[in-house]
Design a binder for this molecule. Structure first.
Ligand code: KG4
Ligand code: ZN
Length: 349
């Protein structure tokens, strides 16, 4: 089955075609980051309007790249939530209209399920069951995954998501939006040991996260280190970025180790924008090696928002016979645990 995937939940328009026999055939991404950067964050109305301009041209571009005609498609999947409702509605409307016009089935897909299963697009995909750490701009969750749609929430952030914390720290350090990758790049110049930030909630039992205290700690440290003109020295900024990143990474290492030990599982999947972070990958890689377990993640462009993950999930669910109901739905909130399971299928080649 050949499925077109459309992602428009936030500030990236992503389109891809996934083929159940041949894998990913083509994908394209258009990032709105320049539009939102001047405001320091995503402006929902501007996001929706730009998705209106970009979605259909990207569909044609992807079909062209894959050497396919519209009539070669067997199904269409689009992100139905969670996300910005106006932005989601654009992808949903385009997907549903194309599906109706072509007489092929459509399906609204859960954005975080897309992230969660994006590592299935890799050459050496994880096998069920596994523990997944979902770390995006809007979510930080530890999930036990026993199959597609079989998700048990083990713990989540009580306040900011990890990506959000990265973005806010980036803003405090005067870096442009989105801060995550820029904080990581700045941390490269940091001096190890210059600062030591608290690891939030690691001494409490359980698998919950909280990043607001760490964020306040970063803000206070920045203020304490300003010179008489209120400026923060470039090296100090890098040292703070490094100490923040190290605190986030070691928090995840401790909680992921706990999740693997509690569930008795031997595979850890990390997914979502923050899973592109090199220090996080290295820290978790070391921890899983100590437990004789394995770490899986997607290539960097499939860690952040993309159409490929939506095409993949859509293909698995459409092949299992799932279909949209008649109404077009777009959901700002949508618990991952409420998704319906399908029988586990062979991982993507
Ligand atoms: O999954 P994603 O693309 O969008 C959401 O579903 O939210 O995640 C975006 C988040 C942003 O907060 C961004 O700053 C963060 O992922 N991010 C990173 C890195 N790359 C993206 N954070 C830390 N290090 C990175 N290398
Ligand atoms: Zn995302």
């Amino acid at each position: 089955m050949r499925v077109l995937g459309i992602e428009t939940s936030c500030d990236e328009t992503g389109v891809a075609v996934y083929d159940s026999d041949r894998g990913l055939l083509a994908d394209s991404l258009y990032s709105q980051v320049e539009i939102h950067a001047r405001y320091g964050g995503v402006i929902p109305e501007l996001a929706s309007r730009d998705h209106v301009r970009k979605t259909l041209p990207l569909v044609y571009e992807v079909l062209d790249k894959a050497g396919l005609a519209r009539s070669d498609l067997d199904g269409i999947a689009y992100t139905a939530g969670p996300g910005l409702v106006g932005a989601l509605l654009v992808g949903a409307a385009v997907g549903r209209a194309l599906g109706m016009g072509l007489g092929i089935p459509t399906l609204g897909v859960h954005h975080m399920e897309g992230h969660l299963l994006a590592p299935m697009l890799e050459a050496d995909p994880p096998e069920f069951p596994f523990v997944a750490l979902l770390v995006s701009g809007g979510h930080t969750q530890l999930v036990e995954v026993t199959g597609i749609g079989r998700y048990r929430l083990l713990g989540e952030s009580l306040d900011d998501a990890a990506g959000e914390a990265f973005d806010k720290v980036g803003k405090m350090l005067g870096l442009p939006y989105p801060g995550g990758p820029r904080v990581a790049a700045l941390a490269e110049q940091g001096t190890p040991g210059a600062f030591d930030f608290p690891r939030p909630m690691v001494n409490r039992p359980g698998l919950e996260f909280s990043f607001s205290g760490l964020k306040t700690f970063v803000r206070n440290t920045i203020d304490d280190n300003r010179d008489t003109e209120g400026q923060l020295d470039a090296q100090r900024a890098a040292d703070i970025a490094l100490a923040f990143e190290q605190a986030v990474v070691s928090t995840f290492v401790i909680k992921c180790r706990r999740a693997l030990e509690q569930t008795g599982l031997r595979s850890l999947v990390i997914a979502g924008g923050v899973s592109a972070n090199q220090r996080l990958r290295a820290g978790l890689g070391q921890m899983v090696a100590e437990l004789d377990s394995r770490l899986y993640y997607a290539k960097p462009q499939f860690c952040t928002d993309n159409g490929a993950m939506i095409a993949y999930v859509g293909c698995q669910r459409l092949m299992a016979g799932q279909r949209d109901s008649l109404e077009i739905s777009a959901r700002a909130r949508w618990p991952l645990e409420s998704l319906s399971p399908i029988a586990p299928l062979a991982p993507a080649s």
